[in-house]
Write a protein that binds this ligand. Structure first.
Ligand code: HEC
Length: 114
């Protein structure tokens, strides 16, 4: 009984921590105007791929997404149009590690919490 309660509390704490991460990532996303080119779900709505498409490629591989945001990994979604995205990376180049985690979490979160 006690053990179940402990596990439940831990699960709830983890869920809260993830909610914070998504919210924080969203704030960074909006602060840097990423939403101008990235819509939540419709690729055709904006210049860049939607968050849904980003999630399809990076969900479960947030480490690689962080490398991309740091400018340390090549694009995998539309490399032929990377010249439009590349100048944006100066905004995300020097962030705190925790902010990379939050932004990567948000970028892949379309189906996680919404
Ligand atoms: C001027 C339009 C524009 C803005 C603003 C923009 N992007 Fe992009 N983004 C693109 C385009 C176009 C692509 C497709 C090229 C590519 O795949 O790199 C892209 C691709 C991406 C990808 C997929 C990379 C891959 O592996 O192919 C990620 C992740 C991304 N953007 C995140 C961001 C974030 C975070 C911001 C805000 C700091 C941002 N974008 C701002 C246009 C933009």
């Amino acid at each position: 009984m006690m053990k179940k309660l402990v596990i439940l509390t831990m699960l709830m704490a983890a869920a809260y921590a993830q909610m914070d991460l998504t919210e924080r990532g969203k704030q960074i996303f909006l602060k840097y105007n990423c939403n101008i080119c990235h819509a939540p779900k419709n690729d055709a709505a904006r210049v860049g791929p939607s968050l849904e498409t980003i999630a399809i490629h990076y969900l479960g591989n947030e480490r690689k997404l962080i490398d991309f945001l740091k400018g340390n990994a090549n694009p995998i979604i539309e490399p032929q149009r990377f010249m439009i995205m590349k100048p944006q990376l100066y905004k995300t180049k020097h962030m705190f590690e925790e902010d990379y985690r939050a932004l990567a979490y948000y970028l892949t979160s379309v189906h996680k919490n919404q």
